[in-house]
Design a protein around this ligand. Structure first.
Ligand code: MLY
Length: 265
């Protein structure tokens, strides 16, 4: 589901190009999501990655699962692709000689973990191993280029996937900048991160792609040196009347102006 956002129009308007799918550690065709709400599986605890825990599928979105660790609260849900190496069928941990651990912030006394584990698995619907997919291989190197467009998970709001632009490169890392959000949600990640996807991913998985934000970024010539300026000129309406030279730069106070895009369908 794309809402009213059209990549085709947006790429034309911004004069930008989409990062080729060969840049990403993602399957060329998104993996089929056959999980069901309520199914249980094993997952690495995102807050304590050396622990393997029991998780329940509490939601489905495209090729991703919304997971909640059994014995945890509902404030720490996390999202994983169905071909993530961080999830596995129940029994995998024991097979490899490991022991299932309570999640960080287990809501009961640690001594009640063994009994809790028995009860949580008793009569549970366990996700069958055939619906887990093998993690795709990583590309050999970082082949992103500054300015390329992509779809990326907003890590502060990980249920959102949004239009983004490569803002910078730093070795194996990529600066993911969210279009129309003036830097507030940007992050560096490895080029083979599972949180970045080629343009068109959400329309293939049926995931909901957010439209770009509406916060204008001032052109480089008008912004302060620290201000983001990675968006293309087409995105940055230049004021028709400028302030006299010497008084240039950002006016004090919060800029209220919102822009609406020409990229709507
Ligand atoms: N209510 C939040 C959500 C922001 C989401 C930004 N993402 C999509 C880049 C806010 O306005 O801060």
């Amino acid at each position: 589901y794309q809402g009213h956002f059209s990549w085709e129009k947006y790429l034309k308007e911004t004069g930008a190009t989409a990062a080729p799918s060969s840049c990403f550690k993602q399957s060329p065709t998104p993996p089929l999501n056959e999980f069901k709400v309520g199914m249980k599986l094993e997952a690495q605890d995102p807050r304590n990655t050396t622990s393997t825990c029991i998780a329940t599928v509490v939601g489905l979105t495209g090729s991703r699962l919304r997971l909640r660790l059994d014995g945890s609260d509902n404030k720490n849900d996390f999202w994983r692709l169905v071909d993530s190496s961080e999830i596995q069928p129940i029994g995998s941990c024991e097979k490899s000689g490991g022991m299932l651990q309570p999640p960080l912030g287990f809501r009961l006394n640690a001594s009640s973990w063994p009994m809790f584990l028995l009860k949580t698995l008793n009569g549970a619907e366990m996700a069958p191993s055939r619906i887990f997919h093998k993690e795709p291989p990583a590309p050999e190197q970082n082949s992103f280029q500054v300015g390329m467009k992509l779809e990326a998970v907003d890590r502060k709001n990980p249920h959102f996937i949004c239009p983004a632009t490569v803002g910078a490169l730093r070795g194996v890392e990529v600066l993911v900048t969210f279009d129309g959000w003036r830097g507030a949600f940007d992050y560096y990640c490895r080029y083979d991160s599972r949180d970045i996807f080629p343009v068109g991913w959400c329309s293939l998985t049926g995931d909901n792609l957010q439209p770009p934000g509406t916060k204008a970024v001032l052109p480089k010539s008008l912004g302060t040196p620290t201000e983001g300026s990675v968006e293309t000129p087409a995105m940055n309406p230049t004021p028709t009347v400028g302030r006299p030279p010497g008084q240039r730069g950002r006016k004090p106070g919060r800029r209220k102006t919102k822009i609406t895009g020409p990229w709507s369908q």
